[in-house]
Design a protein around this ligand. Structure first.
Ligand code: M6R
Length: 614
């Protein structure tokens, strides 16, 4: 959570920082602030609410010109989202300004210490303490880099800190532990960001920092040291997406744009992963085939939407590989003392690659000597870096807080993993694997056809604008899709929405059915006859009790019309792949309904794109 930006160079720092914050606002939007180094003093402004509020303040009371600055957009952890708690925070004498992403766990004892030394702290945040400590260290003659080193040695928790010193306009200093931080490398200018979106319009050359490292940027260069002061090196890389990929491209919301990008995203996720005969090659999986043959249990860990991709993965992986596969919410995982051995493969799914709960679960698994394979969308992020292997989903930047193309490509990557394991272990025949690969290659066209019919979903959203509660039913791989459909409505439309396994209805949830209640029902393809027929029975049961049934069912499935108030047609695909198609109408519906209700679809209340605190 929280977006951070730093700049030093010839341009007006305020402009660079504000533009960077605009691209990072998806990370948090409770407040925003900027600090500049100008004529030996810190000039700053901060304001509760979205970045637009800060911009208004800046236009009414402009800050002086400056070419060194930092900025922050906040997702509140300690302290209410008000002006005082907004970042940047200043030291006692306003010599230092500092922004922070993460949580300083030992802030209470440090606060007591500096207050006892006569410092006056103004906010309720854990962050402000770091500004005061930095300033104290500077007053002993340390450079900002040296002061940062001293302060980091005292902090516990997860943090990215970025600071400027009024007496040294030549540098911005940043530090990271368990929290994201990348450096943008320009010519005669350098940048700091929570991710590359912060500086992508200025440079596509980036450097990722390791754990417990401090970076100092000046106009001339970038210097990295460890928290222990030893020289260190970041890893340079080239960002292969450009500014236009992070812009809305004519859509009203990033989310809608990202939904419509899904055919391309699926195709990219498959690119280079198989040869002409359908034989899979997953070059990035740095776990040897011998090791994969020894795997006797798979545990998928993830949160939110990524967890639902994991639930879909379980059905496919177990079916194709016959390896038992558990799926666990990452934040529950390590606390229940899971059984992990050297032959357990842990699959961590994360769009952002920065989700703290998932990261902590990965560390636990690796301590227990299990191998970890990440399915991730964000190149250079922490989760793939800390895993033994990675399958990148190649969905491109996902800006909307609600995951869409991230989710669809997570499922595709999980299918590829399952098929690859089946190929390596010989649990499926080559022609069977090739058939599924061929079917996956058809998915972009199928999804495109659903998108071409988006207007019907928009009309449905108009009809259901007054709904107070919506249910979603599915069976088998349709069950996680029901959960995902409900989550999308909760997070975007702020509506009560629940997803159920249709078989569970009679065990309780059917009591919720009342006349007019909208219920989305995902009908499995006819290939699995029992599943299909049982789902149709469930639809009849709820319809008999007055539910308004909205039925997602494959083309040409006869006999469903009489039980459906609305039919949403899905392409004919095999059962295991149906989620890739079935989720799309639910995404379109949620996006449209939230938009009609006047909500901010890209930045829903209380949420942040990357949940970098546990
Ligand atoms: O970046 P991750 O995939 O690790 O994020 C996991 C969840 O926080 C995320 O999927 C969240 O549930 C989304 N807002 C759902 O749309």
């Amino acid at each position: 959570m929280c977006g951070i930006v730093g700049y030093v160079g010839p341009k007006q720092a305020q402009d660079v920082v504000i533009e960077g914050l605009r691209r990072l606002e998806y990370r948090g939007y409770d407040s925003a602030g900027v600090a500049l180094v100008s004529d030996g003093r810190i000039a700053w402004a901060k304001k509760a609410g979205k970045l637009a509020n800060l911009e208004k303040v800046l236009s009414e009371s402009p800050l002086p010109g400056a070419t060194t600055g930092i900025g922050h957009t906040r997702w509140a952890t300690h302290g209410a989202p008000n002006d005082t708690n907004a970042h940047p925070h200043l030291g006692n004498d306003a010599r230092v300004a500092l922004v922070h992403n993460g949580i300083i766990e030992n802030f209470a004892e440090l606060r007591a210490e500096v207050e006892a030394a006569g410092h006056e702290l103004r906010s309720e945040t854990d962050t402000e303490i770091a500004a005061h400590l930095l300033e104290s260290a500077l007053s002993t003659g340390a450079t900002l880099t040296g002061a940062m080193q001293q302060v980091c040695a005292r902090l516990e928790g997860a943090f990215t800190l970025v600071a400027v010193d009024a007496e040294d306009p030549s540098r911005v200093v940043a530090a990271r532990r368990n929290s994201p931080l990348v450096v943008g490398i320009g010519e005669g200018e350098n940048f700091i960001g929570s991710d590359v979106a912060a500086f992508i319009e200025h440079t596509r050359e980036a450097m990722e920092l390791g754990q417990d490292q401090i970076v100092t940027i000046t106009r001339e260069g970038v210097e990295v040291i460890g928290f222990d002061g030893a020289p260190a090196e970041g890893t340079r890389y080239h960002v292969d997406w450009d500014l236009s990929a992070a812009e809305k491209g004519g859509f009203d919301w990033f989310m809608r744009k990202e939904i419509f990008e899904q055919p391309r995203a699926i195709a990219d996720a498959l690119l280079g992963r198989h040869d002409r005969s359908g034989r899979l090659q997953l070059d990035e999986v740095r776990i040897s085939d011998d090791e994969l043959r020894e795997v006797d249990k798979i545990i998928v860990i993830a949160c939110g939407t990524a967890f639902y991709a994991g639930l879909v993965a379980k059905y496919a992986i177990e079916h194709w590989t016959r390896i038992p596969c558990e799926v666990e919410l990452a934040h529950e995982f390590r606390y229940r003392d899971p059984i992990l051995t050297r032959s357990t493969l842990v699959v961590a799914i994360s769009q952002s690659g920065e989700t703290a709960d998932t990261l902590m679960a990965i560390r636990h698994a690796r301590q227990q000597r299990s191998k970890v394979l990440a399915i991730c969308n964000t190149n250079g992020s922490t989760i793939p870096r800390e895993s033994d292997a990675v399958i990148y989903t190649h969905a491109g930047p996902e800006i909307g807080v609600a995951s869409t193309k991230g989710f669809i490509t997570q499922m595709v990557a999980a299918y590829l993993l399952g098929l690859y394991l089946a190929q390596v272990r010989g649990t499926s025949y080559a022609d069977e694997i090739a058939r599924v690969v061929a079917e996956l290659r058809d998915m972009p066209d199928h999804v495109q056809r659903i998108l071409d019919g988006a207007d019907d979903l928009y009309a449905l959203a108009e009809e259901l604008e007054g709904a107070r509660s919506v249910l979603f039913l599915g069976r088998h791989v349709g069950f996680p899709i029901a959960l995902e459909g409900a989550l999308k409505l909760k997070e975007l439309a702020y509506l009560h929405a629940e997803g159920f396994a249709a078989g569970e209805l009679k065990h309780g949830p059917i009591a919720l059915i009342e006349p007019g209640l909208p219920v989305f029902c995902v009908v499995p393809p006819r290939g699995r006859d029992q599943l299909h027929d049982k789902m149709v029975s469930a639809i009849q049961e709820i319809r008999a009790r007055g539910a308004r049934t909205i039925v997602l069912v494959e083309d040409d499935d006869p006999g469903i019309e009489e039980f459906a108030d609305t039919i949403i047609r899905l392409p004919r695909v095999s059962t295991l792949l149906q989620p890739v198609a079935a989720v799309v109408p639910l995404q379109l519906f949620a996006c449209e309904l939230a938009s009609r209700l006047g909500h901010d679809v890209d930045q829903p209340r209380n949420l942040a794109k990357s949940v970098t605190v546990e």
